[in-house]
Design a protein around this ligand. Structure first.
Ligand code: TYM
Length: 415
């Protein structure tokens, strides 16, 4: 194995059924690279099994879920016969846990406490009408209100076009910033009660993820948009430790450069079909807005046909104002391998959403049929044999980086 090859790495947790968001956001970009550019890059695709129970799970199912996730990797096209492609289970490489502890001691409690995923999963995130307020919008509204009041010298009147929505937004800003208001204190106590039920593992999630990345000197980490903040965190801790101890880690490429590398203009966030203001997520209880990789083409078509769109009666790509229809256009482009701009040009201006839905359902159906046919044929023995070989090699690679860090922090004598 050539140690100098840049590393592309990603992981998918083995919790539940994987869905097309996981597939398109993380798996497909990595597998495309493995198919087209293995030889130039080292490709690591792993199951972060230690990340699986940061929120409660049924532990009796974990082993099966891990194996099923590995099977999904193969059915999605990961070539197992390439020397530069590696699959492994995180917990089989103890260096992940060991490096996590060391990184923990260099990670800021404050930064981790403010991580969006932590706030969401711990149920701490503030919302206005079910949406997370955008700080930029709060700022714009305050400026607008101030300018209006200055001009009119009237504290009773509101700027033209303002209604409850704007006021609620501003109220949120007051609650958030005015730390000692009664409401803020009540919220603080509520959050503390909620935190009692939140595991330290959930809090520590990004640090373990940083260890996953830094142990292999990964430069590129294809993930969905929801994981961008964790990537930034990884870069930040690597840069800080490099500054303190000399070149310990390869710093992953900046997020914008990573998007460029994978041929995107931004991180991918496939939306829930029922509520397209939310991301498609495994934890959706009804499953109606989520297309699982195990759904039959018919089930998927039903979900797509009842997907929420909008009442503009005209197809236009606009993720902010028309997230439902834009999400469908994006899904279609990704499953047909076409350029998004091409797909937009074909449908924009059309007044029948049904035709677009039909085309999306066909593209998704074709993918699911093909994927599921491959899934039943996956050879478990071939996976187990590859795991054994790769996990031994990755243990060595990870231990080399770990030793460097242990020496730097004084846990081992200097070389
Ligand atoms: P997990 O299993 O929650 O998600 C796996 C990947 O799927 C992406 N994803 C999406 N992409 C687009 N649209 C969506 N609706 C959508 N939902 C999920 C996630 O961003 C992710 O890339 N923390 C990681 C697992 C991990 C990891 C790592 C990844 C652990 N250690 C090191 C990379 C490197 C996660 O979210 O897994």
């Amino acid at each position: 194995m050539n140690k100098m090859k840049p590393v592309i790495l990603t992981g998918l947790r083995a919790n539940n059924d994987l869905h097309i968001g996981n597939y398109l956001g993380a798996l497909l970009p990595l597998i495309d690279m493995a198919k087209q550019r293995a030889g130039e890059y080292q490709i690591n695709l792993f199951v972060p099994d230690l990340h699986s129970f940061t929120t409660p799970i049924d532990h009796s199912k974990l082993q099966d879920n891990i194996m099923q996730t590995l099977r999904v990797f193969v059915a999605a096209g990961l070539p197992l016969d390439q020397d530069d492609v590696h699959i492994y289970r995180q917990s089989y490489i103890p260096a992940h846990s060991e490096l996590t502890w060391i990184l923990d001691c260099f990670a800021s409690f404050f930064v981790l406490r403010r991580m969006q995923q932590f706030e969401q999963k711990a149920g701490l995130q503030l919302s206005v009408g079910g949406k997370v307020p955008d700080p930029q919008r709060v700022k714009t509204l305050i400026q607008e209100l101030e300018a209006f009041r200055k001009k009119n010298q009237d504290l009773e009147k509101l700027p033209p076009g303002w209604d409850r929505a704007q006021i609620e937004y501003l109220l949120f800003a007051v609650i958030e910033n005015w730390k000692f208001s009664e409401k803020a204190l009540a919220r603080h106590h509520l959050n503390n009660r909620r935190l009692a039920g939140v595991s330290v593992g959930l809090f520590n999630y990004p640090v373990l993820m940083a260890a996953d990345i830094l142990l292999y000197n990964a430069s590129y980490v294809p993930v969905g948009e929801d994981q961008t903040q964790h990537l930034e965190f990884t870069r930040d801790i690597a840069i800080r430790m490099n500054n303190q101890f000399g070149e310990l880690f390869t710093v992953p490429e900046p997020v914008a450069k990573q998007h460029e590398f994978f041929g995107k203009d931004q991180g991918l966030r496939i939306k829930d079909l029922v509520d397209p203001t939310k991301k498609m997520s495994k934890s959706d209880e009804t499953g109606r807005g989520v297309i699982f990789l195990t759904d039959t083409p018919e089930e998927a078509a039903k979900k797509i046909k009842s997907a929420t769109t909008d009442s503009f009666n005209e197809i236009r790509y606009d993720m902010k104002e028309r997230p439902g229809v834009s999400n469908l256009l994006q899904i279609l482009a990704l499953f047909t391998g076409r350029d998004l701009q091409d797909v937009i040009a074909q449908y924009e201006g059309q007044t029948r959403y049904g035709d677009l839905k039909q085309d999306v359902a066909e593209a998704v159906g074709t993918f699911l049929r093909d994927f599921q046919a491959k899934l039943v044929q996956v050879d478990n023995q071939a996976i187990l044999a590859k795991l054994e070989k790769d996990e031994a090699a990755m243990r060595e690679q990870a231990n080399r980086v770990l030793l460097k860090v242990q020496r730097a922090v004084g846990l081992r004598p200097a070389a």
